[in-house]
Design a binder for this molecule. Structure first.
Ligand code: SAH
Ligand code: SF4
Ligand code: F3S
Length: 443
């Protein structure tokens, strides 16, 4: 029997990327092979994001143009998962008659059943939450690994309820995986050749805080660092209020922990931070940044910023710009505030006009471009150790990352993939560096 084809599109954050890896592995077990060509697909899945209105609209637009595929191919199954699916549930089946199945963020394990049902013409939706540890036992493992860097989920969900954010509603309560299981997974990955792990969760640094007898996140990092074969550890995302002194200390005495941290501030104004329910002040945030910089000189700091939060005055916005000057993010992801259904901030009325929000976003992004370029410039001529992860942008190039997480392209053979290389940086761009190979390290 010829195998069926799965085409999956992923929107949103790394949690979704990681979930997609699980979905692909799970559906391979029921004989669906993945394809990059939507026209070949027997099953089309969208793994969706609803963090901002724009992200949600993108999903609806995509679903709208999938409608013609449904008409033109008999037996084609179309499914929606992820955060829009969690938020909308049954409504999706009702509004979009060409959608066959809907699965929520806690229901990945039910997907094979849903697909089988859809093959038999049954339209189903599963979005119930599992807000206990059982959720993680139902968590399908990632399939065959042939990569050099891998995500490892350490926790799921979020209990922070920042007033603008829909994530706690669509991902449910925070649950940490048992450390024993995490260690086992990292050992398995390491035995399969993985050299770098990226510890993943909405709020990784609150890992273990709710569970008796488990290590803290810092403790977990130290245990992972003790695993032979793992040479680099990164993590994302962390919340400033949970950035403990113990975790900061890891940056000074765990050499395998890479000098890179994503620590979103969201705003530089105390008044706005308070209304966002972020749980820290500008001063506390800057203290943590200073501690990180002293624990690991040259640490690359990235973050997220929201402009145009309800009631954000021009002075509040100026505080955001001045915070950026103090922190000097190497990259900053910036967003126009978007009201989300069911969140506290959606009830606030002092909405700022669209044009004003965009003007602020432009100013912020212009400042960030300058800062990024200045930091990138400091790489020129430097020596970097690069883990080569794949092919580069151009033919004959390979690509990898520095310890601080910057992308480097360099001329080189594919056989370099998976190796550590000493590289000199010969050109700098806003989003990447160009290097030349000096020598390749022994595997
Ligand atoms: N868990 C991560 C972020 C998840 S959402 C964390 O707390 O760091 C990713 C980013 O989207 C957030 O950091 C925030 O900057 C942005 N975001 C979330 N909700 C938003 C909204 N309603 N409007 C605009 N940006 C938003
Ligand atoms: Fe959203 Fe805040 Fe949780 Fe991040 S910490 S996912 S911004 S509620
Ligand atoms: Fe989007 Fe869901 Fe991630 S809303 S940012 S895909 S947790």
């Amino acid at each position: 029997m010829t195998k069926k084809r799965l085409y999956i599109e992923t929107f949103g954050c790394q949690m979704n990327v990681n979930d997609t890896e699980r979905i692909v592995a799970m559906l391979a077990d029921i004989d669906y092979l993945s394809t990059d060509a939507v026209s070949e697909a027997d099953l089309i899945l969208l793994n969706t994001c609803s963090v901002r209105g724009g992200a949600e609209e993108k999903v609806y637009r995509r679903l709208e143009n999938l409608r013609v595929f449904k008409r033109s191919k008999q037996g084609l199954v179309i499914g929606v998962g992820g955060c829009v699916a969690q938020q909308e549930g049954d409504e999706l089946l009702r509004k979009l008659p060409w959608v066959d199945l809907v699965f929520g963020t806690h229901n990945l394990h039910l997907l094979p059943d849903l697909v089988r049902a859809a093959e038999n013409g049954e339209r189903r939706c599963e979005t119930s939450f599992i807000d206990n540890e059982q959720r993680l036992d139902l968590f399908p493992p990632v399939g065959g690994v042939s990569r050099h860097s891998s995500f490892v989920t350490v926790m799921q969900g979020c209990d922070n309820f920042c007033s603008y954010c829909i994530v706690p509603y669509v991902r449910g309560r925070e649950i940490s995986r048992r450390s024993g299981e995490i260690i086992e997974e990292v050992e398995r990955l390491s035995a399969a050749g993985v050299q770098e792990v990226v510890l993943l969760g909405q709020n990784v640094n609150s890992y273990g805080l709710k569970t008796e007898g488990e290590p803290s996140f810092a403790g977990l990092i130290r245990r992972i660092a003790a695993i032979d074969g793992i040479r680099r550890i990164r993590f994302t995302t962390s919340h400033p209020k949970d950035m403990s002194a113990e975790l900061i200390a890891c940056f000074s005495d765990v050499p395998k922990l890479c000098g890179q941290v994503q620590l979103p501030a969201q705003s530089g104004s105390n008044a706005v931070l308070k209304r966002m329910n972020r749980g820290y002040t500008r001063e506390q945030y800057l203290e943590r940044i200073a501690a990180l910089k002293s624990a690991r000189p040259g640490i690359a700091i990235t973050g997220d910023m929201i402009v145009g939060f309800p009631g954000e005055s021009e002075a509040d916005f100026e505080e955001t710009l001045s915070l950026m000057e103090e922190v000097r993010y190497i990259d900053l992801f910036s967003f126009v505030y978007s009201p989300r259904p069911g969140t506290k901030a959606a009830e606030l009325t002092e909405e700022i006009g669209r044009e004003e929000k965009l003007r602020r976003l432009d100013r912020l992004q212009e400042l960030q471009r300058r800062i990024t370029n200045e930091i990138q410039e400091t790489f020129r001529g430097s020596l970097q150790t690069v883990l080569i992860e794949g092919e580069g942008k151009r033919a004959g190039q390979v690509s990898g990352k520095t310890e601080s997480g910057r992308t480097v392209n360099l001329a080189g053979e594919r056989s370099l993939i998976g190796r550590f290389a000493d590289v000199r940086i010969i050109e700098v761009y806003q989003n990447s560096l160009l290097g030349e190979l000096l020598q390749c390290r022994e595997p």
